[in-house]
Design a protein around this ligand. Sequence first.
Ligand code: MSP
Length: 640
Amino acid sequence: MRPLVITTPIYYVNDVPHIGHAYTTIAADVLARHHRNFGRTVFFLTGTDEHGLKVQKAAAERGIEPKKHCDETVERFMSLWKRLNISNDCFIRTTDPEHIRHVQAALDDLMKKNEIYEGEYEGSYCVPCEQYWTDKDLVEGNCPSCRRQVVKLTEKNYFFRMKNRLDQLVDKINAGELKIIPEERKNEVLGSLRSPHPDMCISRAKNRLAWGIPLPFDRDFVTYVWFDALLNYPSSLTYAPRLTGNRPPAWDESEVIHFIGKDILIPAHSIYWPTMLMAMGLSLPKIVAHGWWTVEGQKMSKSLGNVVDPNEVVQTHGVDAFRYFLLREVPFGLDGDFSIASMVGRINHDLADEFGNLVGRICALVRQKENGVLNLESYQSDSPDGIRFKVLAESRQATESFQFSVALTSLFGLFARLNKKINDERPWESAEDVRRKTLATCAVDLARGIFLLSAYTPALADEAVKRLGCGEWFKQGPKILEDDAVKSAGAWKVTTGEPLVKKVETKSEEKPVAKATADGAQPQGPAAEPGGIDITDFQKVDLRTARILAAERISGSDKLLRLSVVMGGAEEDKREIVAGIGKRYEPDQLIGKTVVVVANLKPRKVFGVESCGMILAAGDETTLHVLTVDGEIQAGIRVK
Ligand code: MSP
């Protein structure tokens, strides 16, 4: 069987990783682990996209070199992937010298083959933002970032001959040579290909954007970031041994699977990338595009302050609960909504009650009734509920066809059935031969389920294997799924102890929260909570640093000020907050201050202005002081 190359998008190094990034990476990791478990050679790539204007600007704001900025921010991704148990074989950064050489060699080669030509680019340019925008980006004809007027500019640039390949691309999609999954996304791509697409402009003038890979044939230009970034997929295969010591397979002899979010399917992965591959004479991949996560019904955005940091989720609920939840909750390909409450539901019901409890009760019964050693000779392979083999095969098939939630549903269906079998056959009071049959059959089938589950929740699966004492048997790999594998199972020495999966206390969430009083005023003081609140309650409040850019009085009110604050480097990080601090502060006194805001309050209209957050302050209306921070700190940093 051909080796498998599995990739994630390479993430913008400037971003703070959130559940969206974690989702793609976990899904790719599950597939990689699954195929490795079944003995297939897998090479799993992830990394960061480090060139471009945003990085250049962020570094300039910090007064440091872009590479130094990247070296610092890349850590967020590297450490998160370690924490989430991601088994990538390589981590590529587009600033790796080998990648830069690879991109330049590809450009040279395409230039020689006349796949690249010099032409004129005409576009709308925003002078203050130093950025070209397409007509569809413009907002009422203005720059979508600063809303100022754009100017039409025409300048020399280099283009990749993409247009001429589009008919061939349609044929290849229809013939299944380029696979786009799921089917609806494939249809969207075919729909988009019915409209004209111009050749791809692959250069950016260096005097405007210096932080990029110089074009080898014209040093006044750098490479367009997408052209640079997409090439990471084959380029990293060429130098992975230097990074990791692992020898990767060659592109053309592998089955390549790109996991991406639906946001970067058209045109980047479904039009640019396959036509680039065609021009380079490389084989076409499989593209798997998943849906989009919202958080409690809202789009995740820094300005709404609802970006979910995976580090915080796993700190409280554990890595495997997070991995399980993301892949179980939503059919892959569809959009999903993240909430801690639904995750807790899954932990308590699926992981604790269904799975952890099954492992726990088998081990406890073996300890009580069999002196802790499970004898497998009584395994009943012809048991009437032998549909387990069908379930295991279905689950395997679902994982391999990217239907992760289906795979988990069938596995947990098996665990539920085994729990029911124990309830029905009552091994704690049945005759010895019956009891042994029940316990051996349930334990073996549970272990087989764990084999398939281990790609999803590796640490939990390892712990369950330890408890069941079947580690040696597991070393046979997928053979244990075969009917007669029990013959070689030996005897298992079980371990009992703390529950395998601890349930999450939900009582505090069920307690009535303090209600507004009849006149609509909020009650004074904190909501009654005997013994204090839990840290998770505190973590629900997203406190962030924010810099006040502008302040003005709201006419008709003597205490309300309208503040424009910024909480990061992007346009979407700006927001307006209405604050009742006008009796104590003049607007001018506030400009430039770094304050602390509650960033995830639901927006509400105050005096006709939508207020997105609340500034923290101590004191009453006239003696009040806004909370500021000690020393210099960036805007948008979480206050803990
Ligand atoms: N650098 C480009 C990709 C280049 S690949 C050659 C990029 N980076 S990104 O940092 O913006 O990451 C985009 C990816 O993050 C999406 O394709 C998706 O995989 C993931 N997600 C980001 N936000 C997401 C959600 N809200 N929900 C699900 N996934 C999301 O684009």
